[in-house]
Design a protein around this ligand. Sequence first.
Ligand code: UDX
Ligand code: ADP
Length: 459
Amino acid sequence: MSIKNIKKICCIGAGYVGGPSMAVIADNCPKIQVNVVDINESRINQWNSDNLKNLPIYEPGLKDIVEKCRNKNLFFSTDIVSNIRSADMIFISVNTPTKTKGIGAGQASDLKWIENSARQISKYATGKTIVVEKSTLPVKTAEIIKKILFDSKSKDNTKNFYVLSNPEFLAEGTAINDLQTPDRILIGGDNCDAINSLKNIYLNWICKEKIITTNLWSSELSKLASNSFLAQRISSINSISALCEVTGADINEVALAVGMDSRIGSKFLNAGPGFGGSCFKKDILNLVYLCNYYGLHEVASYWQGVIEINDWQQNRIVRIIVEKLFGTIADKKIGILGFSFKANTNDTRESPAIEICKELLDEGAILQIYDPKVEQVQIKTDLGKSSLKWKYCKSIFDSAQEADAIVILTEWDEFKNIDWREIFQSMRTPAWIFDTRHICDFNMLNSIGFNIWRLGKSS
Ligand code: UDX
Ligand code: ADP
């Protein structure tokens, strides 16, 4: 195949990865038509909504790009078939959650959506098509995609497929910035021309030194390894946070001292209620599953430990809250500030808030939950059956009404400038603040009369 001049891209999946990443490609490549398709009609309607506040994803900077490119060279549609048919390059950005049943349940990724996408591509694509894996996937998924595609090629020799792995490293909340100025772009594949076609797209805004090419399996594994390393750092610092609380050391001071070693580096050393998000846990579980599959049981249990510390961190925060509130929280009101898994996103997937809230509800507490971006219906879905004894609050003040405690779970900027005097007046005393994100001014809260527990600091 000669280097293909890509004129039309189709992206299957208009979610947190597909939506923003295609918006940024469209913005930087005005000559390429980018069609983002999804089976979820209401999601597509949200992407096409006149009111840009209704986009399905909250991501700083996204609205402006959508406003600029939509219906010019960026289109959102449910017409999957014709957009596959006309595409020179197809990105697969569908969901790959952890399997809930069958072989590998609780660990392996469910590849049903990937397989469906590959089957649709094999049926409807025409001529030479470059197929790019964007979703995070277990190593060797490209093999499955290839098998499905090459089977259809053998029936119709006018079709030809080239499979690439191009994992996305964006973090939610900073997605647009990460996409505009990424640390690196990784392209894995075995066909140089296909690789160069994709590389040429990125060269529109990213310098060539940042674009690395590898074989397919290195690319797939690098994504799993990167996320696992990042998650491991968080579990490491969280494990030390518990030790700080009992020894009198201060986690922020320790993180500063450790992070100033240039070999370690200072990023990703913020202790907190544990990592959430759609990737970290899923990717480590995938790694664990793969290691066990290949008989590397010691390696599997090493990585499993990262998840165990993460779960333990959430459980121990609940235990501390109960203990501080005289051993029982039955029928006590507790304000929850923040439900998303981190600030600047409305995403709640694997948010530590879910497990912490469920456990507090199990202990009998009445939760008053406020988050600047997460909608009530999402919290209802996440809390499931335990949904009776919680209330959705429209403000920080509402969530504090008659509460015995406030638990800060997400580091939203809005929580950094709270009028705590006013809040104190509306709470029952002794009034407690549990700050799991280090955003409160201890001396100020203390002078108002609050009892304060801060993660990673002795009381
Ligand atoms: C992550 C990776 O960063 C990204 O490269 C990959 O593409 C997808 O997974 P994301 O899950 O969006 O991105 O967010 P990230 O900023 O990595 O945070 C993940 C979780 O770790 C959050 O719950 C966050 O609060 C927590 N975290 C992060 C900490 O507790 N401490 C830190 O120092 C950093
Ligand atoms: P991610 O965070 O990986 O982007 P999301 O769940 O936000 O995951 O988005 C994945 C999107 O993929 C969903 O909107 C889902 O409806 C869509 N999707 C899944 N399977 C298909 C398919 N076969 N065709 C089109 N869209 C699909």
